[in-house]
Design a protein around this ligand. Structure first.
Ligand code: 5GP
Ligand code: MG
Ligand code: MG
Length: 177
């Protein structure tokens, strides 16, 4: 039988809800008075649940789009390159853009995505990540809106996977053996 083997809950459903509400408030305040809709971009697949919760806490007109990137070539070893697997539908030139990530770990993937997005000349570009592992950072990434810092542990749930499983857990947990 399939079982869910979680040895530690790091972020409970209640903590998630409070954190998302706070982030939504910060983002709403930051973009007060913008002239066109905020463009909220989710990086798939990890951010899909956070994104759905977050946009409902942002009390501003906005549009959403998604993008899938992969930091791997054809093999399983990271090539250090970021490839766009599925690009945005819309142009972000001249727009206020908020990039939404599930977790920033080394920052390698995200720093390259940020560079690619900046090349498209948005009016502004800001970063929101639900989780942050500051101990693991090797590339510089400034997170403008950060949910919470967590220790250097591999976590699953609330969109985050292990081999594509566990994304549907309503909390963030650490896998058991
Ligand atoms: P980075 O490029 O910052 O090292 O991390 C890139 C991606 O690795 C994240 O967007 C996420 O998909 C994955 N990742 C990093 N840490 C974790 C973790 O603790 N759990 C899971 N499930 N994925 C992680
Ligand atoms: Mg991710
Ligand atoms: Mg993953």
């Amino acid at each position: 039988m399939l079982e869910t083997n979680i040895k530690e809950i790091l972020v409970t459903e209640e903590e998630i809800a409070k954190t998302v509400e706070r982030l939504g408030g910060e983002i709403t305040a930051h973009y007060q008075g913008i002239e066109r809709e905020l463009v909220v971009i989710g990086l798939l697949r990890g951010s899909f649940i956070f994104m759905a919760d977050l946009v409902r806490e942002i009390k501003l007109p906005l549009v959403v789009d998604f993008m899938t990137v992969s930091s791997y070539g054809d093999g399983t070893v990271s090539s250090g390159d970021v490839k766009i697997v599925m690009d945005l539908d819309m142009s972000i030139e001249g727009r206020d853009v908020l990039l939404v990530e599930d977790i920033v770990d080394t920052g390698n993937t995200f720093s390259k995505v940020i560079r690619m997005m900046n090349n498209r000349k948005p009016r502004s570009l800001a970063i929101c990540s639900f989780l942050n592992k500051p101990e693991c950072r090797t590339a510089e990434v400034t997170i403008d809106f950060c949910g919470m810092d967590i220790p250097n542990k591999f976590v699953v749930g609330y969109g985050l996977d292990c081999a594509q499983v566990y994304r549907n857990l309503p909390y963030v947990g650490v896998l058991g053996e």
